[in-house]
Structures are given as structure tokens and as C-alpha cells.
Ligand binder design. Structure first.
Ligand SMILES: Nc1nc2c(c(=O)[nH]1)N[C@H]1C(S)=C(S)[C@@H](COP(=O)(O)OP(=O)(O)OC[C@H]3O[C@@H](n4cnc5c(=O)[nH]c(N)nc54)[C@H](O)[C@@H]3O)O[C@H]1N2
Ligand SMILES: Nc1nc2c(c(=O)[nH]1)N[C@H]1C(S)=C(S)[C@@H](COP(=O)(O)OP(=O)(O)OC[C@H]3O[C@@H](n4cnc5c(=O)[nH]c(N)nc54)[C@H](O)[C@@H]3O)O[C@H]1N2
Ligand code: SF4
Ligand SMILES: [Mo]
Length: 722
């Protein structure tokens, strides 16, 4: 491995006065290592760093001209205050002094009148950095005594399922997939969402590996697979439980592995008995003989690997499905093979002092939590919070586009008595509702350190150019706010470089040989967890669960109940004791399906799936012409049978609706989606789109574990727009 890591600092090609080492800031598993080139203080090019073993010098279609993003003339450059009605987007430039004074005065007033919990911080992963990202405001808001935001847009259900089954292990290295002979990509559109893993899968496929994609629709990735399996959305639990049935009943289990390294085999076997392939076929729509073949091939091919995406969790039964999926390699013993096991979200072994980043110790005893998916209910009074939310600060996040049930959020944001602060790059759908709008820096304009949820590398991002206008980094914003509020914890005066040094646990053996100087010379550091070509972390068990084994049966699911893992929720320990969970994996039907909700299904017969757009990063880039040119306008993919029954022709403008609201798009009539399913990709801004955006129809109901969202568990009807 060491020879793969280049000596960038020593390279004669790079001149540190015009070249800086960067890291893509986006919420993307790939976390690409980049190289910024500048001329006379201007960012002239952003390229991938060819030395990086995973990202190999190529950037995706979204980021390949990242410098243009920085110089977009629509960027917010100065603090502003609202001068028109909320939502209209009329603002006037003010000084930072006035902005900070106003925030200080309005927050103080709110605290005096309603108490500090009337303030809600609202953030997500618009920036994924350790310093500038998800948790950048936590210490400040905890000190303020504000409501704690539980941030579960993505990965929280998968994480709960993963921790219950396998514990906080990174699992299989994505680089190990070069050795895989059978690869199951389950609910993941790698070509769009994890392109630097797809290269590795493609290599393995060229060398004979069979690639199976499990996805309700024929995604870009499904089209490249050797075999595409199409379950109905939200029914993966039935499919996975039937695989377990076939593996156990067909004596395809590695009983030596099972007996030494798992708990609960007998109970799992009993649970799986009901899930004959024939029965599962009636639930998930995959033919019984296909289920048998999939289970058989997976169990009997050595070096069989699983790659579940985030999408699997987005339904009522998604997390239970993931527990079943996470159980598979322990049944077959594929953890013993390099290129076996599971690549899910390998973020658990990054040695980060999350307690220093989030400072849960500053949270006043008894402070309440509000979940980000419930923003509409919280703001409109539906959640009956006491006190209600009277001040809101949004950063790294665009809830009007990305959260659920978004017409309700808009209704809440329109409240005249709500004081809203938004820190942003652009005048997003959410920013339009700000009272105070603050301009934020982009990646080349600040320092950061990125961990990853898609590979085992830390990556340094060096500031390459001066911040334009009066933009400030998130870390600087919270330094300024802390100062204005008189907070004197040392961390509130640390700069970015000091913060990253303080956040990383350098004493971890995984960091042995690395320091800040190493980062400055090389740009990235691979956690010292073994060589990917031989690494089999669980060949001999060693699972970091309470039993030290894979827990098919989880006693802690019963005793400790549901939980949201850090950093999605800061108070991990206090969250223990949520409602008891099923100790075993299983099948839970979608909330919105014919069998669970026939009345809704009669009115709204189509199940909608809203995956990521190829050329957008969540809602980012959806305001940039050159990306819209690649992505196209909002399309509604619909099967010819469903389109015909509704008089919808290809290209017709349709409305997609349910009781939560409606949005519009251009029908794309295609066999890529099966009857009964429609697909509308995510990210379009409602202000730029023709009439709304997809999350208007999304339910804010939690999935089964970890308060995950249910974006794949929504019924709608489609009709011609009038
Ligand atoms: N281009 C691009 N890349 C991105 C992002 C982006 O916005 N654009 N976002 C990043 C983020 S934040 C994330 S979380 C990841 C997500 O990465 P992925 O998990 O790949 O996310 P999606 O594209 O939402 O969904 C992947 C596939 O799952 C399918 N799917 C939906 N529901 C179900 C289901 O119930 N069961 C099964 N089996 N499949 C289902 C969808 O049809 C889709 O093709 O991507 C990251 N990368
Ligand atoms: N229907 C549906 N909805 C979904 C999903 C789905 O699959 N389907 N996926 C969900 C998932 S997986 C995720 S991760 C969420 C993502 O939800 P968000 O994290 O809200 O998504 P982004 O569009 O990336 O919005 C981030 C905003 O932060 C801003 N930003 C970026 N960097 C900075 C910075 O340094 N400072 C400041 N102040 N602002 C910055 C960007 O301009 C952008 O407007 O969406 C969820 N919503
Ligand atoms: S969005 Fe993902 S693939 Fe694209 S450059 Fe950033 S980290 Fe790499
Ligand atoms: Mo995500």
C-alpha cells in the first residue's frame, strides 16, 4: 500500500505557492483528493489527485469544473437582511456588525421570553468536513442551551442496523473489491453516487466477477450489471429473509463460522422458515426461482461481497431489511475472504474525538431534541412543542428542497414571528425565507479535514484562495457568534488548523506515522488497518458487539431499544432506552402500500422513488446551467402501462400528487420502471422548477430504526398538468 501513496510534497511538479492539496467537501462516499491550482490569487483549475488509491485523479461530472462553482456570479457575497415578504427573496446588504448584532439581540430576546430551547439549530451535510461540516455549530448551540437537532436525513437507520449486527467496524475495504468474484450492489446507484467504487467493481467484473444490482428501477448501474433484480420499493426485507431461508434450508451455511462467530442462529433459522421464496415473491415481486438462484450463487461463490447503499433504509422496513442483509456474510462465511463481507458506511474506525467536536457535555440537563425530518410540524405548531420554535438557524442545509413534507416547512417558515438565520452560498429555496442571510465560503476558500463514509482515508483540504467578498467559513461564523455571546471555552477561539489537530485522536494506532505535517506533504492518510489486498478483519470473528460476535439475535435491541448513533445525534448514551426493537431481522411492510394502507393506495396507486440526480449533489448545482444541461429538467419516469392508463404521452407535463401536495415534471415513458412505480430524481429547486419539487409529496414519518427517513415509502398519483 505504502508504495501507492505518492510523495506529493517532494514532487517537482507541484509548487506550493500556486498549488494546494484539496478534498471534495461534498456529502459523497468518494471524498476525492484534489489539487487546486491558482494564478495570482485566482483559482484556475481543480483536478483529482492521481496519487490517491481510491479516487485516482478523476473527479465526477458535478465537480470536474469546481472552480466555476466558486466563481458563480449568483453567489452570496455579503450579509443581508430581508426587506420584502418572507419567501420573496428581496434582501438588502448590511454589515457583519449589524448581522451579528441582530442575531445576538433576537436570540437573546427569544431566550428571555421563551427560554433557550425556543431556538432550533438546523444543519446537515452541505459540507461534510470535520471542521466545517455537520457538527460545526453543535458546541455553540449546546452552550446556548438551544434545542438539540437530531440529524437523521441519511444513514442513521443503516447505522443502527449495522451497529446492532456487526458493531462499529468499518467492514470490508472498498479497495478489496478487486478480489471479489460475486458482487451484490443493493439499493445503490454507484455510477452516479459512488463512481470511484464503480471503477473497482468494473475491474472485478472484467476479471470474471458477476455483478448483481438490486433496485426497483433500471438505474444507470442496473443497466451495467450482469443481473438486475427488481423488488418493489421497501420490500428488501422479504427478499433478504428469503435468501436467508434458502441458505439455511439448503445447507449452504458455513456452520463452523456460524458456531464460532455468531449468536442467535437457531432463532434466525426459525424466523426465516416463513420466508419461502414463493411467499417472499408475493411480497417483493421478485420471482421465487430468481431468489433461489441469487441465494445459491451468493452462498456458493467464494469472495462474494455486498454493497448496500443508503437507499435501502428509506422505508418502514428498510432497517430491518439491512439487518437481514448484514447477517448474510456471517451465514456463508464470506467474511473470511478478501473481497468478501460488506462495504456499507465505513466511517466507524476514524479516530475522531466526537465529544470534542460536538461537546455534548455542554448540553444543559434535560434539553429536548427535535428531529430535522419534523421541521414542518415543529414550526407550524403541529408537534405542540413547549416552548414552540421562535428562532431558527439553518447552515449546511436546504430543507425546503431536501427535507420531507416541504409545503408544511414553507408554511412554518412564512411565520412572521419566526426569526430565521440562513448561512449559504446561494439564494436557495430555504434562504429566501431568511431574516438574516449570511454568505459562506466554498472549499478552496477555507481549511478543513475530511473523514469519509466511503473509504479509509482522511483527506486534508487546504485553503487555496482568499475568501471572496465578505464570505466567512462556518467555523469562523461560529467563532464570531461565540465571541458575541461571550462564550470563553478555548475551542471557540481555535482556528481551523488548531481545531483539526484537536479533533483527531493522534494516539490511535490507526494514525501511527501520521501528523499534520504528513498531511501537508501528502494530502491524505490511509488509516493503518491493513492492506486491502489481504485484509479480512473478521476472518476470526472479532466483531465489536457486546458478544464479540455477529448478533443475528440482538439482546441489546430489546434491552436498550432504538437509538440514533453519533454524530447524527450527539447524546448517544442518553438515547439508549428508546422503544424496544425486534431482536431479529425480518420483514416490515412499507407504511404506504396496498397491504398496509388500502384506502390511500386506492387514491394514490403509484409508489414513488426519488434517487439522487447524476449531475447534482443533493440540491447543490441544481441552480447551475451547465449541470442542468447534463441532468435535464425534472423528469417523471413512468411505465408505458401506467402512462397509457392516464393518457400521459412521452414528454407530457404531469403533476405528481398526494394529500401532502403536488409537484410537476415532464413524463418520460419508459420500461426502465416497472408498473406501479414512478421515479423522480432529487435536487431540483422549487423556485427554478416548473411547480414544486419532489419532497412536497414525501412523508416525514420515521422508518423503523434510528429515526431514518421514508423517502422510498410514499404513494402518489400522476395526472396530466392542467
Ligand atoms: N450524483 C450524486 N451522487 C451522490 C449524491 C447526489 O445527490 N448526487 N448524494 C450523496 C448522498 S448524500 C448519498 S446518501 C448517496 C446515496 O447513494 P445511493 O444509496 O446510491 O442513493 P440513491 O440514488 O438515492 O439510491 C440508489 C438506488 O436505490 C434505489 N432504491 C430506492 N428505494 C429503494 C428500495 O426500497 N430498495 C432498493 N433495493 N433500492 C431502492 C433507487 O432506485 C436508486 O437507483 O449518494 C451520494 N452521492
Ligand atoms: N426525496 C428525497 N429526499 C432526500 C433524499 C432522497 O434520496 N430522496 N436524500 C436525503 C439525504 S441522503 C441527504 S444526505 C439529504 C441532504 O440534504 P442537504 O444536506 O440539505 O442537501 P444539500 O443540497 O447538499 O444542501 C446543503 C446546502 O448547504 C449549502 N452549503 C454547502 N457548503 C456549505 C458551507 O460550507 N457553509 C454553508 N453555510 N452552507 C453550505 C449548499 O449551498 C446547500 O444549499 O437530503 C435528503 N433528502
Ligand atoms: S462529489 Fe463525490 S465523486 Fe464528485 S468529486 Fe466530490 S467526492 Fe468525488
Ligand atoms: Mo445522504
Amino acid at each position: 500500500m505504502e508504495d501507492l501513496i505518492g510523495q506529493l510534497g517532494g514532487s517537482p511538479m507541484l509548487d506550493s505557492s500556486t498549488t494546494k492539496l484539496g478534498a471534495c467537501p461534498h456529502d459523497c462516499p468518494d471524498t476525492c483528493a484534489m489539487i487546486y491550482t491558482t494564478e495570482e490569487g485566482k483559482l484556475t483549475s481543480v483536478k483529482g489527485n492521481a496519487e490517491h488509491p481510491m479516487t485516482r485523479g478523476s473527479l465526477c461530472v458535478k465537480v470536474k469544473d469546481f472552480e466555476k462553482h466558486h466563481y458563480n456570479p449568483d453567489r452570496l457575497m455579503f450579509p443581508m437582511k430581508r426587506v420584502g415578504p418572507k419567501g420573496e427573496g428581496k434582501f438588502e446588504r448590511i454589515s457583519w456588525e449589524e448581522a451579528l448584532d441582530t442575531i445576538h439581540a433576537r436570540f437573546s430576546e427569544t431566550i428571555a421570553t421563551h427560554g433557550p430551547e425556543a431556538i432550533l439549530p438546523y444543519s446537515y451535510l452541505g459540507n461534510e468536513g470535520l471542521v466545517q461540516g455537520l457538527t460545526v455549530g453543535d458546541a455553540f448551540f449546546n452552550k446556548l442551551g438551544a434545542t438539540v437537532a437530531e440529524k437523521t436525513f441519511c444513514g442513521s437507520g443503516s447505522s443502527t442496523a449495522w451497529l446492532l449486527t456487526n458493531g462499529p467496524t468499518n467492514g470490508t475495504d472498498p479497495l478489496s473489491f478487486t478480489h471479489s468474484k460475486y458482487i451484490v450492489i443493493w439499493g445503490c446507484n454507484s455510477i452516479s453516487t459512488n463512481i470511484h467504487h464503480w471503477h473497482i467493481v468494473k475491474d472485478a467484473q472484467r476479471r470474471g466477477a458477476k455483478v448483481v444490482v438490486i433496485d426497483p428501477y433500471r438505474s444507470r448501474t442496473a443497466k451495467e450489471a450482469d443481473w438486475h433484480i427488481q423488488p418493489k420499493p421497501g420490500t428488501d426485507g422479504a427478499l433478504a429473509m428469503a435468501m436467508i431461508h434458502v441458505i439455511i434450508n439448503g445447507n449452504l451455511t458455513d456452520m463452523d463460522y456460524v458456531s464460532r462467530h455468531t449468536v442467535g442462529f437457531d432463532q434466525l433459522k426459525e424466523r426465516a422458515q416463513a420466508f419461502t421464496p414463493e411467499y417472499a415473491a408475493t411480497l417483493c415481486g421478485v420471482p421465487a426461482e430468481d431468489i433461489r438462484m441469487l441465494a445459491h450463487e451468493y452462498a456458493t461463490t467464494k469472495n462474494a461481497a455486498l454493497r448496500p447503499g443508503v437507499a435501502v433504509e428509506r422505508s418502514a422496513g428498510g432497517s430491518q431489511a439491512l439487518r437481514a442483509i448484514f447477517s448474510l456474510p456471517a451465514l456463508t462465511g464470506s467474511w473470511k475472504d478478501a473481497g468478501g463481507g460488506i462495504y456499507a458506511m465505513p466511517m466507524w474506525e476514524f479516530p475522531v474525538h466526537w465529544d470534542r467536536v460536538c461537546r455534548p457535555d455542554l448540553i444543559p440537563e434535560g434539553t429536548r431534541t427535535v428531529n430535522v425530518l419534523k421541521l414542518g410540524a415543529a414550526l407550524t405548531g403541529e408537534s405542540d412543542l413547549k416552548p414552540g420554535i421562535h428562532a431558527l438557524m439553518v447552515y449546511n442545509c436546504n430543507p425546503v428542497s431536501q427535507s420531507a413534507d416541504t409545503d408544511k416547512i414553507v408554511k412554518g417558515l412564512e411565520r412572521e414571528d419566526l426569526f430565521t438565520v440562513v448561512s449559504e452560498h446561494f439564494m436557495t429555496d430555504t434562504a429566501r425565507y431568511a431574516d438574516i442571510l449570511l454568505p459562506a465560503t466554498m472549499a478552496a476558500e477555507h481549511d478543513d479535514l475530511m473523514f469519509s463514509w466511503g473509504h479509509f482515508f482522511f483527506t486534508l483540504n487546504e485553503k487555496a484562495i482568499e475568501a471572496p467578498g465578505e464570505t466567512v467559513s462556518n467555523a469562523q461564523l461560529f467563532r464570531m457568534l461565540a465571541k458575541r455571546f461571550g462564550f470563553d471555552e478555548p475551542q471557540f477561539s481555535m482556528d481551523e488548523k488548531e481545531l483539526m489537530e484537536w479533533y483527531v485522536d493522534w494516539s490511535s494506532p490507526k494514525m501511527a506515522g501520521c501528523d499534520m505535517d504528513y498531511f501537508r506533504r501528502h494530502g491524505f492518510w490511509r488509516l493503518a488497518v491493513g492492506d486491502p489486498s489481504t485484509r479480512t478483519p473478521h476472518a476470526e470473528g472479532d466483531f465489536p458487539t457486546p458478544s464479540g460476535k455477529v448478533e443475528f439475535y440482538s439482546q441489546s435491541a430489546v434491552d436498550n431499544g432504538n437509538f440514533v448513533a453519533p454524530p447524527f445525534r450527539q447524546m448517544y448514551e442518553k438515547m439508549q432506552g428508546g422503544e424496544a426493537l425486534d431482536p431479529l431481522p425480518g420483514y416490515v411492510a412499507p407504511n404506504e402500500a396496498r397491504e398496509t394502507n388500502p384506502a390511500a393506495a386506492a387514491r394514490f396507486p403509484l409508489n414513488i422513488v426519488s434517487p439522487k440526480s447524476h449531475a447534482f449533489l443533493n440540491s447543490q448545482y441544481a441552480n447551475e446551467g451547465r449541470k442542468i444541461a447534463v441532468q435535464g429538467e425534472q423528469a417523471i419516469l413512468i411505465n408505458p402501462a401506467d402512462a397509457g392508463a392516464r393518457g400521459v404521452g412521452d414528454g407530457a407535463i404531469v403533476r405528481v400528487f398526494n394529500d401532502r401536495g403536488q409537484f410537476h415534471g415532464a413524463a418520460k415513458v419508459t420500461e426502465d420502471v416497472p408498473p406501479g412505480v414512478v421515479v423522480a430524481s432529487l435536487g431540483y429547486w422549487r423556485t427554478l422548477n416548473r411547480g414544486g419539487a419532489v419532497n412536497i409529496i414525501s412523508s416525514s414519518t420515521y422508518g423503523g430504526m434510528g429515526h431514518s427517513p421514508t423517502f422510498s415509502d410514499n404513494l402518489v398519483e400522476v395526472g396530466l398538468a392542467v
